[in-house]
Design a protein around this ligand. Structure first.
Ligand code: BGC
Ligand code: BGC
Length: 857
């Protein structure tokens, strides 16, 4: 039978799904008992002694201005749209209080936008905001951006090590300099406001944002937060928010680093005391130093989303701690509150959110709904007035009403400051100080530059990889060395040292050579990722595939001393790689100045050490792939290397070559890509779809227009699902990546994997039924692709046969146009007709030996 059913993704317009990209997982029943017990414990949250005091003049100006404003103007101050979704004319008409560019979002949608392009947009938005011809408002808008390791969305900017490396550096004075430089480069492009610092205290290293955290320990985070804020905004008693400074945001409030299983946007179940002692310390530091805004977090606390949690946003942050700046939401974070959508969410404002971050075209209905909700009394007028007072207070403090327009400020257009040598010098110093030496057997390091050095590994000459996520693009993927003018790869730095000293350097990713080298430096590690896309099930490096280990062992077997430089956004279980290395350096994500690495690895030509290692672990290093939660101060603290560890030259090496390298997770299972086996595996989610309707199952039964769903038992309770298709419209189940992010599943194809699933057909299909997949050709493009295979005859033949396994060669899908490197939906089962089918164990399995039982048609 031939059918023309296409992958659901291509039909149920991907755009509609993207609108739900903040997975609206229904929240757990709120477990408030614990909170009630401590609710009255006023001792937990101290009133902070802010360095920036309220100023009577500013307060008076705010009052006068507020009194002149219409409701529409007030609500506009509370709406923060994204540059991809508004025009200059929208700004003129509505007068938004602020706007943002998300990660990997550029003026004119052009990655290669020049600083002039950025300023042009900033100036036009600003001028439109103070143009009162339509909205009657002359309040300047402000532009917020994620300059989280330098001005990272701008080509050519200085990129500093990500926070995890800066934590290992533990140098608050240098951190302040880094922040000041970041502010400068941001100001060159006419931008007012930076969404940093992230003060998450990451406790479970499976979290994809671990690298955005300075430390698992709150002490460094508290101190750094104050230094960064001062570097960005200036000192309260100095040039505070002068036109050489930007507004800062301490984020994400509260408890983002402490979610269960390290789930991004997940649930934090810490006690209130721990919430303060561990997760709130960055706010103590940053708010005391004068940070003017706080970003609400995507995560929940005991099952309730923070964006809707009045106790934390209002009672704790504003009332008890006394914060008088404003609270901005995270990327449609309000839409995740129970009962809210991106377009409609009075709950957030009522809980204490002052500004909605509302990318996508949801801004317009949200603006209109919010106005209506104030009129109908759902949102009290006093709450709006408070929110707008806070926003205006910050604008007056930042001098926005008096400063020249963005194109005319002190640093605007001084493009020579973007990636300036002096800035890169500071970044290079930070790289040197962030490196942590884990192993140095026989003092193999430092290296003399005058010898033959082989440089291997796919991280060696790869500035994108060494820079991680939030680098030009949101995920940090899709960049090559040309996207980093002025930057250096780790290899570049090595080559410079060795060549200058008259040595010889060979670059070969696979470690091949003609003349035997004296030493090999192998640079390898994690590929870039951001946010939930980096969530992992365990800390095993390379998921059991171990190709880098093979490279290290190959070199070792030839008697070549091996120096490993490990690039990663978190500590990982690398016992086998450590065993195969003579020296091992944790380099984290150093950023654009790769030459900082060779500064430390090599001596001067005369043998003197120019730069010793000074970095110390700000995260405990795991001794097992499953040891994801190991933190300083734990009762039974048994990491491989403790918090604070870091060798210096000449210090006694502690790690031998015989660490236990036995994988405690099933390596074979690791090779499989398991999507569903009773539960969904990260980063995949299940959607039920019927026509335009879609939902993520969170109960044992669901009924959509043309599909009913229930969980059933095959081997154990609820390890399977039953789908009854009702034949009213096209319906199906769709497994998708979190946030519809493109996942790279090419290894499944390379390993000749098959798509397998268990099936039990209870009612014969009355119309064609297809298994399909969907891909997306480029990050944030609408260029969709995919492939479908008709399984109608096969499934019909299995009617009433009980459970059996279906297997299809993935190559079939590849042949039909599926691009496995750009996977968005690895499995869909769709029909227009009726049928009842039970499903379980949906897997890409490279290990099944039997030939596929459904042939390619
Ligand atoms: C992130 C924030 C970021 C925001 C704007 C969100 O997805 O969680 O850290 O500031 O996007 O790009
Ligand atoms: C944006 C990021 C944002 C993310 C959240 C991306 O499209 O560019 O800034 O954090 O979406 O899902």
């Amino acid at each position: 039978m031939k059918t023309t059913i296409k992958p659901l993704a291509m039909l149920v317009a991907l755009a509609a799904v993207t609108a739900c990209s903040n997975e609206q997982v229904e929240e757990k029943d709120s477990q408030q008992s614990m909170q009630k017990e401590t609710m009255n414990n006023i001792n937990i949250w101290p009133a902070l002694d802010f360095e920036v005091k309220q100023d009577a003049e500013v307060e008076a100006k705010v009052k006068v201005l507020l009194a002149t404003m219409t409701l529409e103007q007030k609500v506009a101050q509370m709406i923060q749209p994204e540059i991809r979704d508004i025009t200059i004319e929208d700004m003129r008409k509505y007068g938004f209080g602020s706007y943002l560019n998300g990660g990997g979002s550029f003026p004119n949608n052009n990655k290669q936008s020049t600083p002039e392009d950025w300023i042009k947009l900033a100036e036009a938005m600003y001028q439109a905001s103070i143009d009162d011809s339509i909205d009657g408002s002359k309040i300047p808008t402000m532009w917020g951006t994620d300059a989280v390791h330098g001005h990272n969305n701008v080509i050519g900017a200085t990129l500093f090590p990500h926070n995890i490396g800066l934590g290992a550096m533990n140098n608050p004075a240098l951190i302040e300099k880094i922040a000041e430089i970041t502010a400068k480069e941001v100001m060159v492009t006419g931008i007012d406001w930076v969404f940093a610092p992230t003060v998450a205290v990451a406790r479970d290293d499976r979290w994809g944002r671990t690298y955005e955290s300075y430390s698992e320990d709150p002490d460094i985070v508290r101190e750094y937060s104050a230094s960064i804020v001062k570097g960005l905004q200036g000192h309260a008693d100095g040039d505070f928010l002068s036109d050489k400074r930007v507004i800062s945001t301490v984020k994400h409030f509260l408890g983002d680093g402490g979610t269960e299983q390290g789930d991004d946007q997940g649930d934090n179940i810490a006690s209130e005391q721990d919430l303060f002692d561990i997760h709130a310390q960055g706010y103590v530091g940053g708010l005391t130093a004068g940070s003017q805004s706080v970003m609400a977090s995507f995560n929940s606390w005991h099952g309730e989303k923070i964006h809707g949690k009045k106790y934390l946003l209002t009672d704790v942050l504003k009332d008890k701690m006394g914060f008088d700046g404003f609270v901005v939401g995270d990327w449609n974070g309000h839409g995740q509150i129970k009962g809210c959508s991106n377009e409609d969410c009075p709950q957030a404002v009522n809980a204490g959110l002052d500004m909605y971050m509302v990318p996508t075209d949801a801004w317009k209905p949200l603006y209109e709904n919010t106005i209506a909700q104030v009129k109908s009394g759902i949102i009290p007028q006093s709450r709006i007035d408070d929110a707008v007072t806070r926003i205006l207070r910050v604008k007056f403090r930042a001098g926005l009403f008096d400063k020249p327009s963005p194109a005319n400020r002190e640093y605007s257009g001084k493009t020579e400051l973007i990636g300036a040598d002096a800035h890169r010098e500071v970044a290079r110093q930070a790289v040197r100080e962030s490196l942590v030496l884990l192993k140095n057997k026989g003092n193999v390091l430092p290296l003399a530059p005058k010898q033959h050095v082989l440089v291997a590994g796919n991280g060696a000459d790869n500035i994108g990889k060494q820079s991680g996520g939030w680098t030009v693009t949101w995920q940090g993927t899709g960049n090559n060395n040309n996207d980093f003018p002025g930057g250096t790869s780790i290899y570049d730095g090595i080559a410079e040292k060795v060549n200058a000293a008259g040595g010889k350097v060979t670059l070969n990713v696979d470690g091949e050579f003609t003349d035997k080298p004296d030493v090999a430096i192998v640079v390898f590690g994690e590929d870039p990722y951001a946010e939930g896309h980096g969530d992992r099930d365990n800390l095993d490096y390379q998921r059991g595939e171990k190709t880098d280990l093979a490279l290290l062992e190959k070199l070792k077997a030839q008697g070549i001393p091996v120096v490993s430089v490990f690039i990663s956004g978190r500590p990982m279980w690398v016992n086998a790689e450590l065993n195969a290395s003579d020296a091992f350096v944790a380099a984290w994500l150093p950023g654009s100045e790769g030459n900082g690495v060779s500064d430390v690895l090599f001596t001067l030509p005369n043998g003197e050490v120019a730069h010793d290692f000074t970095g110390k672990l700000s995260f405990s290093w795991p001794n097992d792939a499953n040891q994801a939660v190991v933190n300083k101060g734990d009762d039974d603290y048994k990491p491989l290397l403790p918090y604070g560890f870091g060798l210096r030259y000449g210090e006694e090496n502690t790690l031998g070559d015989d660490l236990n390298a036995e994988l405690t997770i099933d390596a074979n299972a690791q090779l499989k890509e398991v999507f569903f086996d009773g539960k969904m595996h990260k980063p995949w989610l299940m959607w039920l779809v019927s026509g335009d309707e879609r939902l993520q199952p969170n109960a044992n039964t669901h009924t959509l227009n043309s599909l009913s769903y229930r969980t059933v038992d095959r081997l154990v309770q609820e390890d399977s699902i039953q789908l009854t298709f009702l034949g009213k419209e096209r319906a199906g189940i769709r497994l998708v990546s979190k946030s519809n992010f493109r996942e790279d599943l090419r290894s499944a194809i390379e390993n000749n994997a098959k798509l397998t699933f268990m099936v039990n057909v209870l009612e014969k299909p009355t119309a064609p039924i297809v298994v399909s997949m969907a891909c997306q050709k480029a990050e944030s493009s609408d260029d969709n692709c995919g492939a479908a295979i008709d399984v109608t005859d096969d499934l019909s033949g299995r009617l009433h046969h009980g459970w059996s396994q279906v297997s299809i060669d993935l190559a079939c899908f590849a042949k039909k146009g599926m691009s496995f490197g750009d996977m968005v939906a690895p499995f869909e089962l769709i029909t227009d007709g009726k049928a009842t089918i039970q499903l379980s164990n949906i897997i890409y399995d490279p290990q099944i030996k039997e030939v596929a039982n459904i042939s390619c048609q």
